[in-house]
Design a protein around this ligand. Structure first.
Ligand SMILES: Cc1ncc(COP(=O)(O)O)c(C=O)c1O
Length: 352
């Protein structure tokens, strides 16, 4: 099976398993796990924050950031297709009592300008904006890198306002850094906090980190404990994350090359089968997440038929099908992917 559903489907290879098996561990709730400490220090250095905290998941890292930057009754300004809003099971309102102000933008590059207009100042009647969340790279926007000009603008916007924090959902910040050829720390400078994931493009089995000031991370440790995320000898899994951080960041460029191949394939399908394939969200993908839109009634048969041909993809609604390249998708898998898509689109054409 060629599994393109997500970059979370990677499995640890032998070298990663070997370092995990021999990791030195301790009780991390007592802050006595040397492997976790090593990981947290390395992550803080790479991201440019004072401190970092190992987390069981990206969702927990994002939600603890929201909890610490806001008070119940506040608004969080966020892009309408963001993971934090769409895929985190309503955690923002449920756990922190915030409301989301979701700002869509047809052209993702214009998001910052549109978002500024939705900012809510504090008044007797308002739910003031106390946090702005930016997702980089952006999952449902086809792995797009948040434009640097937009980042500059949002950083300046935040600087001019007191009591507003800026958080980056950087689950795939590694991909953004590779795509732009810039250091991760540069993309996160001016942010108050960031979540980064080891279990996506880096290919580790478990974990994320929340990054911020020393004081912020001290408070995050308390909330993580309160929410049941304190882990004991988790150095075993942190060792996999550390290995991934050291060995798998640069190779992400290969995932992006394969993403470009998929983008070309999807463009060709749209041109050749206009009645079936309607759109490619990112005709020239910048990173590893690529989408094809087929006629909505064809999405399920297409996914099914691709699975029968040995290629797994993910339907994400509205006829969109997502394919994500990663560590376990070698270059020689790409011709098989191309021929499976071609065969399957012809097969489902009969349903139109
Ligand atoms: C952009 C983004 N942020 C956050 C997450 C959450 O990560 P986790 O699944 O570890 O909770 C994901 C997961 O796919 C994601 O794509």
């Amino acid at each position: 099976m060629i599994d393109l559903r997500s970059d979370t489907f990677t499995r640890p290879g032998q070298a990663m398993r070997a370092v995990m098996a021999t990791a030195i561990v301790g009780d991390d709730v007592f802050q006595e796990d040397p492997t976790i400490k090593e990981l947290e220090e390395e992550v803080a250095g790479i991201t440019g924050f004072e401190s970092a905290l190992y987390m069981p998941s990206g969702t927990m890292a994002n939600q603890i950031a929201i909890n610490l930057h806001t008070r119940p009754g506040d608004s969080v300004l966020i892009e309408a297709e963001s993971h934090v809003f769409i895929y985190e099971a309503g955690a923002g309102p449920a756990l922190s009592g915030i409301q989301f102000d979701c700002v869509g933008s047809a052209d993702f590059t214009q998001w910052t300008a549109v978002a500024e207009a939705s900012f809510r100042v504090d008044s007797l009647h308002s739910a003031p904006t106390s946090l702005i969340v930016v997702e980089n790279t952006h999952n449902r926007h086809g792995g797009r890198v948040f434009p640097v000009s937009g980042l500059d603008r949002i950083r300046a916007f935040r600087r001019d306002r007191t009591g507003v924090a800026l958080h980056c959902d950087g689950a795939r910040i590694w991909n953004a850094a590779v795509a732009l050829g810039q250091p991760v720390s540069g993309l996160l400078s001016g942010f108050d906090s960031a979540s980064v994931c080891f279990s996506k493009g880096l290919g580790a089995p478990v974990g994320s980190a929340l990054c911020g000031s020393r004081e912020f991370i001290g408070r995050a440790r308390k909330v993580r404990k309160r929410w049941g995320g304190g882990m004991r000898q988790a150095g075993i899994v942190a060792a996999g994350a550390l290995y991934a951080l050291r060995h798998h960041r640069e190779r992400i460029v290969e995932d992006h090359q394969r993403g470009l191949m998929l983008g070309k394939l999807f463009r060709e399908l749209c041109a050749e089968f206009p009645d079936q394939a309607l759109d490619a969200k990112t005709p020239n993908p910048q990173t590893n997440m690529v989408y094809l839109q087929v006629r909505p009634e064809l999405a399920d048969p297409m996914v099914q038929s691709l699975a029968e041909a040995g290629v797994l993809v993910l339907p994400t609604g509205g006829g969109w099908i997502r394919a994500v390249t990663h560590l376990d998708i070698p270059a020689d898998a790409m011709p098989k992917v191309a021929s499976a898509f071609l065969t399957c689109i012809k097969e489902v054409s009969g349903f139109v």
